[in-house]
Ligand binder design. Structure first.
Ligand code: PEP
Ligand code: MN
Length: 337
């Protein structure tokens, strides 16, 4: 349930209302927007007398929220959430390119790519240290050493780093990481999500291979229920019967998620397509659809990449794409940029 207050509510009356709601065992999420304040109520509101609340001087409107996600719901927080990390903003009109290799392979590799993507306009560096691989015989990532190399690349370029966590036990190694990624395979690792609710860093939450958008929002809710509201949602393609692409990139996820939630939404056209030549068209389409950012795999030598070479762009291809994305955004947003 949400209680929408009139402008400048009288403080004493507001306090009385909040005390009364708390006394009924409800958790209150206060959202002060530009024009209105909203009290988002979490808990069993079945017995709450709506008419009684509506009759109060300070109350404009009261609405029931049917969706099971509350903190992530736009009804609880009408303004876009802007996630800020290392001087970079995502959401609320702030668009970011996150680029870098699928896997961190060496200092030379990750630092070289970091410098190249920064020069092309990337705002954040991605790179996998812990890799979820289908085969146990495939390269599993440099693990802790990979994180050390990402920190080195950040030191050199100033780009905040994004890297994936696969298990709660790895959390101590992520102390210096700027954005923690939860990959598709862990989207419903609820214990991990709960632990990340107590972390103060932004979490990049990828949609599971076979999950609905409501399930993605419920996973965001797990993180937010723990007190961490810095969640970035990521559409990265889902499993369908189609085999021409690695996954089917569901671009309708962008407007759907943005209408249902206030969280920033980004798109991963690399994992979404699996093919280098498909990355640019889908990246441009995602930008036109209103995504708040893109996460794109870039490798200096894709043919010899230890992971996901076929879907990685070269730094030159990335630079070319970055310029086109700018043009598409400007056109799609009616020249607002
Ligand atoms: C990745 O970003 O490197 C990755 C493994 O992505 P996903 O979880 O979307 O497969
Ligand atoms: Mn990859």
């Amino acid at each position: 349930m949400v209680v929408i207050l009139k402008e400048n509510p009288e403080e004493k009356q507001l306090q009385n209302l909040m005390n009364w709601l708390s006394a009924q065992g409800l958790e209150i999420n206060v959202c002060k927007g530009q024009h209105q304040t909203i009290l988002g109520l979490i808990g069993d509101t079945a017995g709450v007398d709506i008419e009684l609340i509506k009759a109060l001087d300070i109350v404009d409107e009261v609405k029931r929220v049917q969706e099971p996600y509350k903190n992530a719901n736009r009804k609880f927080h009408p303004d876009d959430t802007v996630v800020e990390v290392g001087g970079v903003k995502i959401g609320g009109g702030n668009f970011q390119l996150i680029a870098g290799p699928c896997s961190v392979e060496s200092e030379e590799q990750v630092c070289g790519i970091a410098e190249a993507v920064k020069a092309a306009g990337a705002g954040l560096l991605r790179g996998g240290a812990f890799k979820p691989r289908t085969s146990p015989y495939a390269f599993q990532g440099l693990r802790g050493d990979g994180i050390t190399l990402l920190l080195e690349a950040r030191e050199r370029t100033g780009l905040p780093i994004v890297t994936e966590i696969m298990d709660i036990s790895q959390l101590p190694l992520f102390e210096e990481v700027d954005v923690i990624q939860v990959g598709a395979r862990n989207m419903q690792n609820f214990e991990l999500l709960k632990a990340l609710g107590h972390v103060e860093k932004p979490i990049l939450l990828k949609r599971g291979l076979a999950n609905t958008l409501q399930e993605l929002l419920m996973s965001a809710e797990y993180i937010m229920a723990g007190g961490n509201s810095n969640v970035i949602l990521c559409e990265r393609g889902i499993r369908t019967f189609e085999t021409a692409t690695r996954n089917t990139l569901d671009l309708s996820a962008v407007p759907v998620l943005k209408s249902r939630s206030h969280l920033p939404v980004i798109v991963d056209p690399s994992h979404g397509t699996g093919h280098r030549e498909l990355v640019a068209p889908m990246a441009l389409a995602a930008a036109a659809a209103g995504a708040d950012g893109l996460i794109i795999e870039v490798h200096n030598d894709p043919a010899h990449a230890l992971c996901d070479g076929p879907q990685s762009l070269t730094p030159e291809q990335f630079a070319n794409l970055a310029a086109r994305i700018k043009a598409v955004r400007a056109a799609a947003l009616g020249g607002e940029l």
